[in-house]
Design a protein around this ligand. Structure first.
Ligand code: CIR
Length: 260
């Protein structure tokens, strides 16, 4: 069984953190409807969706991806780089505790889940405004003995690693080469976003399916030319909060495999 943990949109999302976008008014009702459609999309793709109640005092709390990294053997509860987001982790940790042994990143290190891209036993970590060397080091100390390789990756001009690169079916990656150097991902097939759509590199793979923002038509055509069909969602209001499709869920298999 595949699980998806989500959290309802806070009515205060208009007060979200912003790093690379100008603040624009967010229609909260529309954001909530778009999020509900996103949750339905995950359910239609076979996920058992655990939708956590809203945290009205935490504007960015819909973006659950940043609070944890879920691997087959364990889950890591992060210490988000933005102080306003640190209170988001406790409730996600409680939801994950039934599924995985939990490990907690400690101060002073910081790491956002949006900076962590897992490809098999390789874990790429973006060095962003949110994720520092100490956070990355803690992750390496925890995961290297379990057979993972943690690879730091430089970013240029975007919030998170997964703003710049995400995984597609078949060992391929969707990349914006202006924000991350594709040579970091040796051995993986690279599909580049259309240059007119720099924010299109964030796609959510669910098994063999790909959830993708409807607005990025040019990049969608590139995916389709590569034989990758997408399920479209409209996340325009969440995008104003610098969010996209991966950041609104934690998706993982219920049963975990033993470490090799
Ligand atoms: C933030 O700046 O933390 C939020 N406004 C957006 C977080 C998006 N998270 C993600 O892409 N993983």
């Amino acid at each position: 069984m595949r699980i998806a943990i989500t959290r309802k949109v806070s009515p205060e999302i208009g007060r979200c953190e912003l790093s690379y976008l100008e603040r624009a008014p967010i229609d909260v009702g529309l954001a909530q409807r778009q999020h509900l459609a996103y949750e339905r999309c995950l359910a239609d793709l076979g996920c058992a969706v655990t939708s956590l109640p809203p945290e009205p005092a935490l504007p960015d709390s819909v973006f659950v991806e940043d609070t944890a990294i879920v691997l087959d053997e364990l889950a890591v509860v992060t210490r988000p780089g933005a102080a306003s987001r640190r209170p988001e982790t406790a409730s996600v940790a409680a939801a994950l505790a039934s599924w995985r042994p939990l490990f907690q990143l400690e101060a002073p290190g910081t790491l956002d889940g949006g900076d962590v891209l897992v490809v098999g036993r390789r874990i790429f970590v973006g060095r962003s405004l949110r994720s520092d060397e100490a956070g990355c080091g803690q992750l390496r100390n925890l995961l290297a003995p379990r057979g993972y390789t943690v690879v730091p990756v430089a970013l240029h001009g975007c919030l998170h690693l997964k703003s710049a690169v995400t995984a597609l079916p078949g060992d391929r990656l969707l990349v914006n080469p202006a924000w991350v150097d594709g040579s970091a991902f040796a051995g993986l097939g690279i599909i580049e976003v259309d240059p007119a759509e720099p924010r299109a590199a964030n796609a959510l793979r669910i098994g063999g399916a790909v959830v993708f923002p409807a607005v990025f038509e040019r990049t969608r055509r590139r995916l389709e030319s590569a034989g990758i069909g997408v399920v479209e969602v409209d996340v325009s209001e969440l995008a104003k909060a610098e969010g996209a499709v991966t950041c609104c869920s934690l998706v993982f298999e219920a049963a975990f495999a033993e470490a090799p």
